[in-house]
Design a protein around this ligand. Sequence first.
Ligand SMILES: [Zn+2]
Length: 325
Amino acid sequence: MKALQFTAPNAMSVNEIAMPNIADDEVLLASRSVGICHSDIELLEGRYIIPFQYPIIPGHEWSAEVIEVGRKVAKFKAGDRVVGECVIGQEHFGFSISGAMAEFFIAKADWLHKLPDNVSWTQGALVEPFSCGYYATVRADNMDASDTIAVFGAGPIGLGVIAASAAKGGRVIAIEPSEARAKIARTLGAEDVIDPTKGDVKEAVLEATQGAGATVVIDASGRPDAMASTLEVAGFRGRIVIIGISVGGTASAGLGLIQSKELQIRGIIGSPGVWPETIRFLSRTNLDLSKLVTASFDISEADKAYHTVLTDKAQIKIHVTNLGN
Ligand SMILES: [Zn+2]
């Protein structure tokens, strides 16, 4: 079977390797759609946050079909459509243990969730990144149609935040300099998109909210200056959620605003415990996230897909598909 392997820092190839064998509590899966994520690039460059060994098969954003189940697996059967969580205890699926960027792969039954019939393979492979954006809206406490949500950054995670916030009935103001991303933000429900390179973001948000500021502010940009700006654009008792990652980043911020505006600030990591709810939300809202996928490649060209991620910064999410078997 074909698999994309990272074989050394900045070295990868699609190789013919042996089919994996399942243990009693495992499931053999045929990948259907697999997304490429920024953290895959860190793995390719050899600087992932936890230790790993070459060769490694990446791929933690995926949908797949069950081919065979181990003797002790009762919850799944051949033909089931599934997605799976990627942080499993101390291991990271697709990082410290091999992932889904192959024709076939194995996973423990405990990591899997069934995909409803109306959620496509493409949408299924977007559950992992979307669950992070969705979780940000959950941690913003009781988000509803009374909220105005300012979202910094409209990359794959920010677009998920925008889509979930709008689907919950909120009014969304996105802050994003790229015109291509702004366009997708609008189709996913952003009412206004502010270009932070053209004028003052705080003034623009205040103007859009009749001076009140946003009731919810979510940073999905990972930029320290944007994180500092969340304090400025939040209204009185605004709820701020930080999901963007900035290891070691610093910026000067108007810290007095935390007290004077009675702000609530939360940092979040990943999407713990919300996968079943995220999948149900996608299924019941019929939210079309497939607009995030700007290119796709067959598994036999998975290396080309990675090269495209590395060289074409206009891409938002690239998928690798395996629909041939
Ligand atoms: Zn990811």
